[in-house]
Design a protein around this ligand. Structure first.
Ligand code: CA
Length: 230
């Protein structure tokens, strides 16, 4: 899952990026409204954290512009604590949730996590695919109740596939959503990580759909996808 943080307070921006990175997300940062609006329009983020008070273009205008142009990315706005009208204006402009400053990082992370799973159609924090469970709160993966050890990037990959389970996800989509902007991307590494996950997770739940991509599903893959091939 890839996120964008738009916040002009450099310290706060840095703290948000660090906390979200620690929480298992790929994170890009923008420090003014112009840069943020542009990134939100051109990069495929899974959710955006948007401060309302920003230089160049304010957060509310950005949000209105995005929603007018049908950009539906879930947006969490950061508002001033004592301005209830700001929260209302933000929600009316198309924000999905808000956090008032000053906030605890844990609250931001919990709200982002909830936005991501709701936009993927899940109500619970624990995602299930048959015997395979992924807890988005603790970043734990279990199979029939037994823990499976995964690295940060393996978790990110599995989490993305499980948020979009039963749908075929292409390698280029995975690259877009697993790495931050400045990362040296190589779609071949995706195949390597898929291979590692397959060796760790029993049950043939990660299917390869030849020429299209990958699909996590408890049922056989769409159009009888080849489970073992790469
Ligand atoms: Ca600000």
């Amino acid at each position: 899952m890839r996120l964008l943080v738009i916040e002009d307070d450099r310290d706060l921006n840095r703290q948000l990026v660090a906390a979200l990175d620690e929480g298992g997300y790929a994170v890009d940062a923008a420090f003014d409204g112009e840069e943020g609006a542009h990134l939100g329009e051109t990069e495929p983020y899974d959710a955006i954290i948007l401060d309302l008070g920003l230089p160049k273009i304010d957060g509310l205008s950005i949000l209105e512009r995005w929603r007018r142009t049908d950009i539906r990315t879930p947006v969490l706005i950061l508002t001033a604590r004592d301005r209830w009208s700001e929260k209302v204006a933000g929600i009316n402009a198309g924000a999905d949730d808000y956090v008032a400053k000053p906030f605890q990082m844990e609250e931001v992370i919990a709200r982002v996590r909830a936005l991501l799973r709701r936009s993927a159609g899940f109500a619970k924090a624990e995602l299930e695919c048959g015997p395979l469970h992924l807890d988005t709160r603790s970043a734990r993966v279990t199979f029939n109740g037994s823990p499976i050890k995964v690295t940060g990037l393996e978790f990110r990959l599995l989490s993305y596939l499980m948020h979009h389970q039963s749908r075929v996800v292409s390698r280029s989509e995975l690259v877009d959503h697993l790495y931050q902007q400045d990362f040296d991307r190589d779609s071949n590494t995706i195949e390597v990580f898929i291979g590692r996950l397959r060796r760790k997770i029993p049950g043939d739940l990660i299917h390869t759909v030849r020429g299209l991509g990958y699909c996590v599903s408890f049922a056989p893959g769409p159009d009888g996808g080849d489970k073992r091939g790469s």
